[in-house]
Design a protein around this ligand. Structure first.
Ligand SMILES: [Zn+2]
Length: 183
């Protein structure tokens, strides 16, 4: 490798390392990539694109994307649906050795569900300025007054996670405007 090529290579590697928040593992990255895929699937079904994967030792125990519209269920957020599936896989509600990767910072309901499931690690992508209950509006996952706390790593692959949401809402606004013009 020439000096110039090796310099460029080192710069790329450093940029990648710096882009990943401290504590992020290769497994976390893989699981977040899967969560992003699930979020894409939600968008294709007209659901707000959020995906979640629950895993332990490289094995996916439960995964889901937001299905609030299809299920007409206000609790149909990706995290809650994935928790239910993982609990069925494990055969119990305690998921205390599991991690969850979710594309968006959990809301109060989901952060509360993660605490109740005794999840060990939360890895999330984009922050949620309107409902984020982990770093933005509240800190439910590390509140010492609650009976369980977890390790939190935020901002993992945040850019593609946020971009999915921005594109989805932009398209929905455009469709609404279009619908208003027709009549
Ligand atoms: Zn939620």
């Amino acid at each position: 490798m020439s000096d110039r090529a090796s310099h460029a290579w080192r710069r790329r590697v450093r940029a990648r390392i710096l882009a990943l928040p401290r504590g992020t593992t290769h497994e976390d990255q893989q699981m977040m990539a899967r969560a992003i895929e699930l979020a894409h699937q939600a968008a294709a079904r007209g659901e707000v694109p959020v995906g979640a994967v629950i895993y332990k030792d490289g094995v996916i125990l439960g995964e889901a994307s937001n299905d609030r519209e299809a299920s007409s269920d206000p609790t149909g957020h990706a995290e809650v649906v994935a928790l239910r599936r993982a609990a069925i896989t494990v055969g119990g509600w305690r998921l205390n050795e599991c991690s969850i990767a979710v594309t968006l910072e959990p809301c109060p309901m989901c952060a509360g569900a993660l605490v109740n499931a005794r999840i060990a690690r939360l890895v999330y992508g984009a922050r949620d300025p309107k409902a984020g209950a982990v770093d933005t509006l509240y800190d439910l996952c590390r509140d010492v007054r609650l009976n369980h706390r977890m390790t939190v790593i935020g901002g993992v692959m945040a850019q593609p996670c946020a971009q999915l949401l921005t594109q989805f809402f932009r398209a929905r606004r455009a469709a609404k405007r279009g619908a208003q013009v027709i009549p």
